[in-house]
Design a protein around this ligand. Structure first.
Ligand SMILES: O=C(O)C(=O)C[C@]1(C(=O)O)C=C[C@@H](O)C=C1
Length: 123
């Protein structure tokens, strides 16, 4: 069965190094909490707010050798109620043979985006 899990993380600054650290942390937490292997992945979509000007797909591919997973970056919608800066969101799709529920990961200020599903246990 194909499943999808969400995550998000706030960057402290708009730099390539900060983006690499943040995307790597978010990916590793999602993989660990959901007990995933890279071969389980179907694809990963990123969205970034306009104030992030570096490429999360490239950063993740290089730091985790994810050459066989389709990655896609897009800009987050600009809406009046989205006021938080430097937000990187992720939508990870994967194959799963068990009936466990996907565990989302919201880190840093991104926890405020979905207080209903994010918890300190993710941090
Ligand atoms: O989950 C998030 O990252 C949110 O900001 C919440 C939410 C939503 O309303 O469901 C809003 C915008 C994003 O594109 C994705 C999801």
């Amino acid at each position: 069965m194909v499943k999808a899990v969400r995550g998000a993380i706030s960057l402290d600054s708009n730099s390539e190094r900060e983006l690499t650290l943040c995307v790597d942390k978010l990916y590793k937490d999602l993989m660990r909490l959901n007990r995933l292997k890279a071969t389980d992945l179907v694809s990963i979509i990123f969205s970034q707010t306009q104030d992030i000007t570096f490429n999360p797909a490239k950063a993740l591919r290089l730091s985790n050798n994810l050459n066989d997973t389709p990655l896609f970056c897009t800009q987050e919608a600009v809406c009046e109620d989205f006021t938080q800066p430097r937000m990187l969101r992720i939508l990870m799709t994967y194959n799963s043979e068990n009936d466990t529920k996907p565990i989302p990961v919201y880190l840093g200020d991104a926890r405020l985006l979905r207080t209903d599903i994010s918890s300190d246990s993710n941090v």
